[in-house]
Design a protein around this ligand. Structure first.
Ligand code: GLV
Length: 315
């Protein structure tokens, strides 16, 4: 029997693989993150950690755990919150949750594509605040989604799921990825994709190469009528440059589910016009979050049993 730290309360049934294997679970009763100091203090006392993307599992935590800690299972597909190189150095496996959240996240990307293009947040805010004085032919004139060119940046599972939806909406789909995907619509150069697309949707993982992938120069390449959607990771976009582009009309609108310094949202983005903002809910359906928790738990269980799970990303 091993000791497993679960850093936050997970959806019901999410920990079943670990429970059924008889492991001792150190579960928190609060739905607030552990402090970094608490993580460092607890890491040496457990064999596994099941954590969330809000937990920073850095070299300090991993060094503290080294010797006993065997696996860190992130209940997320992105794992930029974990220092995988340091985990590998200490022989600690890292698992994530690929595959189970693609469709749910693609649904949300589409929600933002539609809501940002049609100015849904500005219009709803006016209605709720009593500023709507009746139907007007010149009110809330958005951009059509049907017939638009969608530029998908990053063509992994989620990017492809967004592209499938776009076809149903009568859109033309182009995509850019670091390597030729072999799929129709592949554009080698990101700048070309940005200048051709009416709507740009980001689906790259966060890495040193993708940090501020969309900054001032890239926003200037986009059409003044373009819409930018980010459901990937906040730091992929330079938020100050984006706020400026929205303020000056360099691009038309934006839909964001992720932010550079979550849970803080840059005040200029909060005040920016034609912007739809959501609190990182891309994978937030009950079924998907439950599946994510189970896959992470199953990864941890497998490592603790000496198996190599399919969802291992390091060590
Ligand atoms: C959510 O953002 C995830 O990476 O799973």
């Amino acid at each position: 029997m091993s000791r497993v730290l679960v850093t936050r309360r997970l959806p019901d049934g999410g920990l079943d693989p670990l429970v059924e294997a008889g492991h001792e679970l150190i579960e928190r009763d609060k739905d607030t993150p552990l402090s970094h100091d608490e993580l460092v203090a607890t890491a040496p006392t457990v064999d596994a950690i099941v954590c969330l993307l809000t937990d920073r599992i850095d070299a300090e935590v991993l060094e503290a755990g080294a010797g006993r800690l065997r696996v860190v299972a992130n209940v997320a597909v992105g794992y930029d919150n974990i220092d995988v190189a340091s985990a590998t150095e200490h022989g600690i496996a890292v698992c994530n949750t690929p595959g189970v959240l693609d469709e749910t996240t693609a649904d949300l990307a589409f929600l933002l594509i539609l809501a940002a293009s049609r100015l849904a947040s500005d219009a709803e805010a006016d209605l709720r605040d009593g500023r709507w004085e009746g139907w007007g032919i010149n009110q809330y004139l958005g951009r059509d989604v049907h017939g638009a060119v969608l530029g998908v940046v990053g063509f992994g599972r989620i990017g492809q799921a967004v592209a499938r939806r776009a076809t149903g909406f009568g859109m033309e789909v182009l995509h850019h990825a670091r390597h030729d995907t072999g799929f129709p619509g592949y554009i080698v150069d990101l700048d070309d994709l940005l200048s051709l697309a009416d709507i740009v949707s980001l689906h790259v993982p966060l890495s040193p190469e993708t940090r501020h992938l969309i900054s001032r120069a890239e926003l200037e390449r986009m059409k003044p009528s373009a819409v930018l959607v980010n459901t990937a990771r906040g730091p992929v976009v330079d938020e100050v440059a984006l706020a400026e582009a929205l303020e000056t009309g360099a691009i038309f609108a934006a839909g964001l589910d992720v932010f550079e310094a979550e849970p803080k949202v840059h005040p200029r983005l909060l005040a920016a016009p034609r912007t739809v903002l959501l609190p990182h809910i891309g994978s937030a359906s009950l079924a998907t979050r439950t599946r994510m928790a189970r896959i992470a738990s199953e990864g941890a269980r497998a490592v603790l049993s000496g198996e190599t799970p399919a969802n291992v990303v390091g060590a």
